[in-house]
Design a protein around this ligand. Structure first.
Ligand code: PMP
Length: 411
């Protein structure tokens, strides 16, 4: 890692109005649930507000000034995302409702053309349900088989198992870039290279990666990359599917309706080229205004310094947790994003989450939509703390006191 760089999380934090509120009648909020969704900076809130105050109109269809503005906001955001991901063409960026819909789109559309009985889809044992269930549905429809790369005790992938799992029947390898439960960062470039060497297509679930590090789809070498705006300081209800243009161009529509057609008669329809082919109906235009602003805002951060800061918080949170007798951190891979999941012997996760919340500390307890991963670690649920650009050491001071008190009360 490069030398230590100064990073001021307080200057970042000051731009997030929600972080100065209190909960439960006056307790200052300590938000440690950024892996579920990030909070939004002023720049994003203003962009959405301005869209509805000034530019609200539908895209693509009308010949008037507001519609032209709305269209340029929508298409401008697409161009912004394309640059953010290092896409070769803006047309490779499809807007969806989120990571979940992006994966369902690929499974339904690309899957219907390319996956047949006896074929195999490879995933990993650390996927979010959003990168498991769509493939199970596809397998049920086609008679294909779903396989998974095992996860090692430290939460990293068992790379040695991959070669045998990539067979001549494997059509796609879908993998998470960074785990929302253990925080493990996968070397997706290496995984995609292994797949490509055997002619296997790849999809990377970047939902948890985009907010912690720069992403370059060319360098990764994947075929599809997906993420949600709301985990990148943007609004809910909007997501991205990036795909190589030749693949998108060969894919049938996912949903039918307005905007995705060139011509419709009662007998048949002629579809648009990508990305419009996959964007039926009125889209989340205000969401695109927000996502464009979120990426512009994110670009102002020193990402190296931010990653170092988040790393320090992750290490400190891990030591705070290990001070508690009977605590166990689930996932201690060498490369992690700012996510720490843990269990404490004799303490029920839901009770712990509630007592932390009473002290203003927002964490998440449960299976985090990764049931197979938790099963692999023989736990039913964990308590999870997660960080973003605005998280501070002071947040962890409060967490440390709150955790000590909560555990004392529960034992
Ligand atoms: N994949 C990962 C790794 C996630 O963390 C999440 C959200 N928790 C998703 C997929 C699904 O994202 P969304 O709910 O925004 O579609």
């Amino acid at each position: 890692m490069s030398s230590q760089r100064h990073y001021d999380p307080y200057a970042v934090r000051a731009q997030f109005p929600i972080l100065s509120r209190t909960v439960h009648g006056g307790v200052p909020l300590v938000y440690l649930d950024s892996a579920a969704t990030t909070q939004k900076p002023d720049a994003v809130i203003t962009a959405i507000d301005q869209f509805y105050r000034r530019s609200n109109s539908n895209v693509h269809r009308a010949a008037h000034a507001l519609s032209a503005e709305a269209t340029s906001i929508w298409e401008g955001a697409r161009a912004r995302v394309a640059r953010f991901l290092g896409a070769q063409r803006t047309e490779e960026v499809v807007f969806t409702r989120g990571t979940t819909e992006s994966i369902n789109l690929v499974a339904a559309s690309w899957g219907s053309m390319n996956v047949h009985a006896g074929d195999e889809i490879l995933i990993t044992g650390m996927e979010h349900h959003a990168n498991i269930v769509p493939w199970q549905l596809l397998c049920e429809r086609t008679g294909a088989v779903l396989k998974a790369v095992p996860v090692l005790e430290d939460g990293s992938l068992d790379i040695s198992a991959i070669d045998a799992l990539l067979t001549d029947r494997t059509r796609l390898f879908a993998m998470v870039h960074a785990s929302n439960t253990t925080g493990t960062i996968n070397d997706v470039g290496a995984l995609c290279a292994m797949a490509a060497a055997k002619g296997v297509r790849t999809l990377v679930d970047g939902a948890q990666a985009v907010l912690h590090q720069p992403v370059d789809v060319q360098a990764i070498g994947c075929d599809f990359y997906v993420f949600s705006a709301h985990k990148l300081y943007g609004p809910t209800g909007l997501g991205v599917l990036w795909g190589r243009y030749d693949l998108l161009d060969a894919m049938p529509p996912y949903q039918g309706g307005g905007a995705m057609i060139q011509h419709v008669s009662l007998e048949r329809s002629v579809y648009e080229a990508p990305p419009l082919r996959f964007e039926a109906g009125t889209p989340h235009i205000a969401g695109a205004a927000g996502l464009g602003a979120a990426i512009d805002w994110f670009d102002t951060l020193d990402l190296d310094a931010m990653a170092q800061h988040e790393d320090r918080l992750t290490h400190r949170a891990t030591s705070i947790i290990y001070q508690v007798e009977g605590a166990r951190v689930i996932g201690e891979a060498p490369r992690k994003i700012g996510v720490v999941s843990f269990v404490i012997e004799g303490v029920h996760g839901t009770d712990l989450g509630m007592l932390l919340d009473e002290q203003g500390v927002a964490t998440r307890t449960g299976h985090h939509c990764t049931m197979p991963l938790l099963e692999r670690f023989h736990v039913g649920s964990t308590c999870r703390v997660s960080f973003a650009a605005y998280s501070t050491n002071e947040d962890l001071d409060v967490f440390e006191r709150a955790l000590t008190k909560a555990v004392r009360m529960l034992r």
